[in-house]
Design a protein around this ligand. Sequence first.
Ligand SMILES: Cc1cc2nc3c(=O)[nH]c(=O)nc-3n(C[C@H](O)[C@H](O)[C@H](O)COP(=O)(O)OP(=O)(O)OC[C@H]3O[C@@H](n4cnc5c(N)ncnc54)[C@H](O)[C@@H]3O)c2cc1C
Length: 412
Amino acid sequence: MTSQTDVAVAGGGPAGLTLALLMLRSGYRVTVLEKARSLERDYRGEILQPGGMTLLGELGVLKPARSHGAYPLRRFQLLEQDRTLMDIDYQQLPPPYSFLLSIPQRHILQELLEACGRYPGFTYVPGRPVSALIEKDAKITGVVHGTGSEAEQLLARCVVGADGRYSKVRRLAGIGYTRKETFAHDVLWFKIPAGENTRYCVQVHRGRGNPVLLYNSYPGNIQVGWTLPHRSYREVAAKGIGYVKDQILRAVPAHAQAIDDAVQSLTDLTLLDVFAGMADTWTRDGLVLIGDSAHTHGPIGAQGINLAIQDATELHPALVQALRTGDTDAGQFTGFTKARRPDIDAVMNLQARQSQALLSHGKASDTMRPIMMRLLGKTPLYSRILHRIAFGRRPINIRSELFSTAPTSFPG
Ligand SMILES: Cc1cc2nc3c(=O)[nH]c(=O)nc-3n(C[C@H](O)[C@H](O)[C@H](O)COP(=O)(O)OP(=O)(O)OC[C@H]3O[C@@H](n4cnc5c(N)ncnc54)[C@H](O)[C@@H]3O)c2cc1C
């Protein structure tokens, strides 16, 4: 079977669904093909920066997403045993989003889908991975979704690859990808019950052993991330769960009982291979990559969702223009990539510095860290860095003047 649309989006994550909503509101037909059958994903980004919140707020998605459950986290703290080395107060940022938001990703995806579903041009096809690209004269003109006798063709005026860090679309398009081993640590994640006296914040605990990340995760949990040297999991796992637990407890003894109860075997832990990565190009004739498929980020600084939503917002006017003129060749998106690439490079550099400052070990860095953190807290640089982490290096705005279509129904 063959169907047609204006924009075929591979991947219904934050990037793909945000772009879908923007294009639907501008009057175009959008089909989103999503590999997963449900909105439940493997553990994935939950912390949203104020920049992403602002855009989702303007799209009317944030409030209903929060109503399903979320925690505002007002502080980011770096602790060394009993000492607080750094205490960043997000409330010094301009309102209304002067906090980090810990929100299950499915709450955002559900509301983006709900908003898209109000437009007649929207088609969402869960459980249908993109398996091939359709090309004519070296231009991408559609996708194949599903496999074998179930395979169907979708012809599109433009294809958008928003299928995440291991992007199939990127590979099918023959676009290379450079994996950067920027980070010295991987992370083992698990959840524990938050208990009654929980502090709603993000913390990095440095004590004896490897640093541990903690933040409140809806509903009623603390997400714990134990950092381990990059690519050392096999070696660590060979020492057994007792060793791993001991290591975690050394860093956060206050949570000893909860950790002891929650972590019974290595299967209770989820390994995040931490790397950054960049696609060699984000465009081909008829194709654009956005979000993690174009550029992948480590978890430090919680930037991936933010950047995915911002990419979609930045691509929106360029894609509207391309569809209006009927030219979706790569050249139409040069403005988008030229504007966006320096933003992404800046975030990658910042994340590498944050990772080094927060997680690294060594005699010199351990001695200098408290001094540097104290000095940083007293300079205007501190506010500038916080603003940059929260919003990025420049404002990203929704081009609502390009919206044309009223939804078929409105939320009650
Ligand atoms: C463990 C972990 C913790 C993280 N923590 C944070 C955090 O706290 N804050 C933050 O901002 N970021 C965090 N990130 C990063 C963040 O999750 C991503 O950057 C963000 O989700 C990227 O959005 P995306 O839409 O580009 O890609 P994704 O969210 O990866 O979405 C891609 C979608 O494409 C689908 N897909 C894959 N292949 C196909 C195919 N062939 N056809 C169709 N669909 C396909 C997938 O099922 C998925 O739904 C974290 C990531 C991980 C792994």
